[in-house]
Design a protein around this ligand. Sequence first.
Ligand code: DAH
Length: 331
Amino acid sequence: MDDLEALEAEARASLAEAGDEAAVDAWRVAWLGRRGRLTTVLRGVRDLPPEVRPRVGAGANRLKAALEDAGDEHRTRLLASAADAESIDVSLPGRNPPLGSLHPITLTRRLLERTFRDMGFDVVEGPDVELEEYNFDRLRIPAGHPARDMWDTIWVAGDDDGPRQLLRTHTSPMQIRYLERREPPIRVIVPGACYRYEATDATHEWMLTQIEGLVIDENLSFAHLKGTLEAFVRRMFGADIETRFRCDYFPFVEPGAELGVRWQGDWLEVLGCGMVHPEIIEDAGLDPERYTGFAFGMGVERVAMLRYGVRDIRHFYRNDVRFLRQFEGRR
Ligand code: DAH
C-alpha cells in the first residue's frame, strides 16, 4: 500500500508537467496504457498472498480511476487556458464562408423550368452527342437539304461504317426521341446544351443552351400555340409585354413562326415555334388527323442577356470572376 501511495505521487507530479494535449496522451500511455506502470502493478496483484490481495487490488483500482480523472481534468484545464490565450469573443458575428454562387445561365434555366412546370410541363433531358438521324433526318432535314445550312455542325469522329454522330446543334431531336416512347397527351420541355461550328461574336457562341418545347394532343390548333407562348412570355417578362408572331421556316413545323417581344423600343426574337409537321406525327405512329401539336425552341443565353442586361454573349463562358460575382446571392 505504501508503494501505491508513492506511485500516485510520482504519477501526479509527472502529469503536472504535461504542458499540452499530446503530453497528456503520452502520460496516459505511460501510466494507464496496456504496458503502463499502474497496469503492470494491477496485473501483479494476482501473485500476492491471498490475505492481502483484496485490499491491494481495491486500492490499485481506486488509484487507476483517480489517475484517469486527473488526466481528464488536466486536459480540460489545458484546453480552457488555450482558449483564454486566444481570447475568443463568442459574441462576435460569424464570417460568411465563400460558398460560390449559381451561374447566370443556371439561374435563368431554372427560372424557365419553373415557369413551364407551373404551366403543367414535364422536364426531360437528352444526349449531347446525338445521331445524325435524330438531329436532322427525322426532323425532315435529310442530307443535301438546304436547311442543313441553318446549323453548322460539329461532327464526332466515329467508325466509318457506324451511324454518323454529332454534337447536337439544337434540342429538337428530343422531340423525336420523346415521341418514340410516350403517348399523347404530351407536354414537355427539354433544356440542354447545343453546339455549333461557328465563329463567335457578341451574339453568337459555339456552345449555347436551348429549351425545347413539345405539346401533342387531340384538337390542338395554332391558337393553343399562341395562347401558351404568350402566357409564358407574360410570366417571364411581365403582364404588359408586347408580343408579335411572324412567319418563319423550320422543316419540322408547318406553319413555322418566330415570337418577338418589344424590348426597349425594339423587336427582339425570343423563340422559334410552329405546328408539328404532320409527317412527324405520322412517323411517330400517331394518326395526324386525330393528333396535332406545337413545338418551340429558345436560347437561354438570349433570355439571360435580356434579364441581366448583358450585351455580349461571350461573357457567359469566359469565367471572369468579376462578371460571375455580379450574380452572387441571386436565386
Ligand atoms: N431548333 C431550332 C433552332 O435551333 C429552334 C426551333 C424552331 C425549335 C422551331 C422548335 C421549333 O421546336 O418549332 O433554331
